[in-house]
Ligand binder design. Sequence first.
Ligand code: ZN
Length: 294
Amino acid sequence: MDELVRGTSADGAVRVYCAVTTDLTNRAQRIHHTYPVATAALGRLLTGAAMMGAAGLKSETDSLTLQIKGDGDMGMIVAVSDSAARVRGYVENPFTERPLNSKGKLDVGGAVGRGYLSVIRDLGMKEPYIGQVPLVTGEIAEDLTYYFAKSEQIPTCMALGVLVDTDNSALAAGGFMIQLMPEATEETAERIEKTAAELPPVTTMIKDGMSAEDMLFRVTEGFSMLMDNNKITPEYKCTCSRERMERALISIGKKELRDMIDEQGEAELTCRFCDNKYKFSREELEELSERAKG
Ligand SMILES: [Zn+2]
């Protein structure tokens, strides 16, 4: 079962988030029929979003969106999370195929290419808060680490991993995020770095049966950690609804809706995140166009 745990070192200097996200990665894989490179890319980004959502959002209606826009074959990758690590996402081209990279691993960086990572926080204010950094490797964990250093000045060590099976599904997926708070000393930073450098890959730890909590204690070996009692179950959950689709149709304007009625007679909208289809008959479109502006 997927899980996300949080802990803080007794001196408050180190905050850690660990997540097992195999189930939600598989849910995303089944919705989008992703091939291995896209399964890995989307699973990593969803896992990063889940941890960042749980770490940085307060209210239930807040949302965090990670957007990777590279010039590679995979196109744009999007992941959205709320404060309870309910995530959704998509990849522009889920059927990208790439030879393995020089390390014999899925070439996520190559499929992403060069471009930008955007982090969008919607906290219910008039405008969302948007941060953007160039991609470092396109491997996603390094890009998110760079974002924290550059945009938020929070020294962060992020690891994300998805082990893909021969049927394109995920055998293991998850990650961890270690953040140093301002009270962290140079010595703390060095110890964290040293431990992180000696860790087995995230997917190995998960495949070997480690829970998110086991992983948390492993990545902070030697530190006295206080666990946050309330565990979160991250899950893939779409927020689309017929009402949202109606609002989207109304927002395209009266004239465009009239054209749609004249040319197609009806409309079918597909949700990018969950593939649900919403059909609107001529009569329903007529009624929406009455409510539209213009
Ligand atoms: Zn949906």
